[in-house]
Ligand binder design. Structure first.
Ligand code: ATP
Ligand code: MG
Length: 647
């Protein structure tokens, strides 16, 4: 790993929310005086009844449960909209950039969002939806997707967003799992100039979902679709019939806000449940601290609303903070590899938050697509989703940000609701590849295989020792699975499933999933480290490394390598790459096999599914051995990998 060090520029520390000492003092207080700290932090929200209770959670089996602010009453949509009306009525709340650069951007002020959300909420009520009902949202990245979330929150219904790229089967399974009675969708979506048949997919999914009584359809493209009388309603027709005012439902802080299924990198997706008070506080606080958010900033999180990043950092966090949040319909590299940077210039974006997978894809296309744009408005650059290779980090920092913008590498999970370990722009010196330090109230620990807590510089399993407000409350419909999955491996602690290293400065480096940590001749190694070394080579665009059983070493190293455009696979190159890794990391990391792969199996959120690669490396290639592949973006990639297995 790189030991490079990027100190906070002096100018930064002066204006920022926190300088280093400020962050340290705040963190200490959040731990030592936790109750008072969180009561005070809770004041950033608008409560109907302010809480007097804070953390009442226990990770022990006897009295297991996660509860925060349990006597507080509030409404999330009122916090994201109504309370800003006095000061920011006409400020843009949602700024929408369409898929096609030739189509017109749309702006919704806070007052307009209020009206749209109230009407949609009244339409939901008219369709019979009430507090506690589950509503599935299957939408393209259009403003109506955000309105749908806020309208559910307004009436106290529990939304379950299913990524618009998922198949009818995946949608059906998620509707059934939480017994949704209503689906909100659009006629079609647009991505990279292609139409996505959302309503047609819903029709197919609902063949096996008799519980769904109503489908609300947003007219987005005007494409030709079938409407089933008695079940399907056009939103614009229904919205015209209802009032533009809908009083927000008072919700207990522990009432459910949403269910969201994890991305399925490691197995069958889990229906993660988040509640009202703690979640919103966490999303809003971390949005402000990680991005050093300031009123007036144009803030762009380029995730999809179908992932938790979209929930917390496109919708709930920024709107709770009264921000202007940019929502982008398309993909980063269409119609050209400059699109992201063109959008930054067009809307004068201050903060950009994206994923390593997008950065690696853009990096591969060459710097000229970046440098031909200005990017002068950028102040903060964020990343989330996977460990960011130091190579990609440096590119983001040096080429995209021209050395001006801190890279905010946020480590967190669907389960955590918001960022857990991350830098703060004015407070945290940066090291490429490290997510740095814990957020307020977060107590990370590194434990060995037996659960022994390791102090100082150490490497092992990353666990969280006590609850934080944004923690998930249960797996929908299976509270026991919640306990078994997260609290039994190391009793009394939340198990993240990720491996991490803590260096002598107390900085955390996520080494990947615990399952991806390999043990070669007694040396523990994060697969991310070998991947980062491979990606450093000029011929390599992307790499995924897994372990496989090895007679002598215990585990051997198997690397899948995707080459940059213009590079040809050859035995010479294979030998070169093997030598390269030996020099970069050391002989212990010498790959035993390198397979050239035109594509890697990724989830729809762009994460590499290493469990499949592991199976192929082990020679287990039956469909049964490969497990649940329903969340793969392109299942055909797997056949190619199986056919070209090495060894
Ligand atoms: P599943 O739990 O169904 O296997 P998933 O873990 O991919 O899916 P998410 O909640 O979307 O679902 O992803 C969280 C995981 O992503 C983390 O546990 C971690 O492995 C990885 N991750 C996220 N952000 C970072 C980061 N900044 N650095 C390193 N890893 C990260
Ligand atoms: Mg996970």
């Amino acid at each position: 790993m790189s030991d490079d060090f990027f100190p906070v520029p002096g100018t930064w520390a002066q204006d920022a929310l926190f300088d280093r000492a400020g962050r340290e003092a705040d963190y200490r207080r959040s731990i030592e005086d936790s109750h008072a700290y969180w009561l005070e932090r809770a004041k950033r929200l608008d409560w109907i009844e302010a809480p007097t209770l804070t953390d009442e959670s226990s990770f022990a089996e006897a009295d297991f449960g996660v509860r925060w602010f349990a006597d507080g009453v509030l409404n999330v949509s009122a916090n994201c909209i109504d309370r800003h009306l006095a000061e920011r009525r006409d400020q843009t709340a949602i700024l929408w950039e369409p898929d096609s650069p030739d189509a017109e951007a749309r702006r919704y002020s806070y007052a307009q969002v209020h009206e749209e959300v109230c009407r949609l909420a009244n339409v939901l009520k008219a369709a019979g939806a009430k507090k506690g009902d589950r509503i599935t949202v299957y939408m393209p990245m259009i403003p109506e997707a955000a309105f749908a979330l806020l309208a559910c929150a307004r009436i106290g219904a529990v939304h379950s967003v299913v990524f618009g790229g998922f198949s009818p089967e995946a949608l059906c399974g998620r509707i059934q799992d939480c017994d949704s009675t209503l689906v909100i969708t659009a006629d079609e979506g647009c991505r990279a100039g292609k139409k996505v048949p959302l309503k047609t997919n819903v029709d197919a999914a609902l063949k096996d979902c008799p519980g769904v009584k109503t489908v609300l359809v947003v007219k987005a493209t005007g494409g030709d679709i079938a409407m089933q009388p008695g079940r399907d309603l056009w939103l614009h027709e229904e919205a015209a019939k209802v009032s533009a005012d809908c009083p927000p439902e008072p919700m207990n802080a522990e009432d459910p806000l949403f269910i969201l299924y994890t991305s399925g990198s490691t197995g069958k997706p889990k229906g993660v449940l988040h509640t009202t008070g703690g979640y919103l506080l966490w999303a809003s606080l971390t949005h402000e601290l990680c991005f050093d958010y300031r009123p007036g900033d144009i803030y762009w999180c380029a995730a999809d609303i179908g992932w938790v990043t979209g929930h917390s950092y496109i919708v709930y966090g920024p709107l709770a903070n009264g921000a202007t949040t940019l929502m982008y319909e398309g993909v980063p590299n269409w119609p050209t590899p400059s699109r992201i940077w063109d959008v930054v210039d067009k809307h004068q974006v201050h903060t950009l938050f994206t994923a390593p997978t997008a950065l690696r894809a853009l990096m591969k296309e060459g710097d000229e697509h970046v440098t031909r744009t200005s990017r002068a408005s950028l102040r903060v650059l964020g990343t989330v989703g996977e460990p960011i290779n130091p190579e990609a980090w440096r590119w983001y920092h040096g080429v995209v940000g021209e050395g001006r913008c801190p890279i905010i590498d946020t480590w967190w999970q669907t389960e955590t609701g918001g960022a857990m370990i991350a830098p703060m722009p004015g407070a945290t010196d940066l090291k490429p590849g490290s997510a740095t330090l814990p957020m307020p109230g977060v107590v990370p620990q590194i434990v060995d295989g037996e659960g022994k807590v390791l102090e100082g510089a150490a490497e092992g399993n990353l666990v969280i020792a006590q609850s934080w407000p944004g923690q998930m409350r249960t797996v929908w419909g299976d509270h026991d699975r919640f306990f078994q999955t997260y609290f039994t491996t190391f009793p009394g602690k939340y198990t993240t499933g990720d491996g991490a290293r803590r260096d002598a400065d107390g900085y955390y480096w996520i080494t990947g999933r615990v399952d991806d940590v390999i043990n070669v001749s007694g040396h523990r190694m994060g697969t991310a480290e070998v991947e980062s070394a491979l990606v450093l080579h000029e011929a390599v665009a992307e790499a995924a490394v897994v372990g496989f059983p090895h007679d002598v070493k215990g585990q051997g190293i198997y690397a899948y390598v995707t080459l940059n455009s213009g590079q040809e696979p050859s035995d010479d190159l294979r030998q070169t790459l093997i030598k390269w890794v030996r020099t970069e990391i050391g002989p212990i990391a010498t790959p035993d096999a390198i397979q050239f792969a035109p594509g890697l199996p990724k989830t729809r959120s762009g994460k590499i599914m290493r469990r499949i690669l592991r199976k192929i490396a082990e020679g287990e290639v039956s469909a049964q051995a490969l497990g649940d592949t329903s969340t793969l973006a392109d299942p055909s990639v797997v056949e190619n990998l199986v056919a070209n297995r090495v060894g």
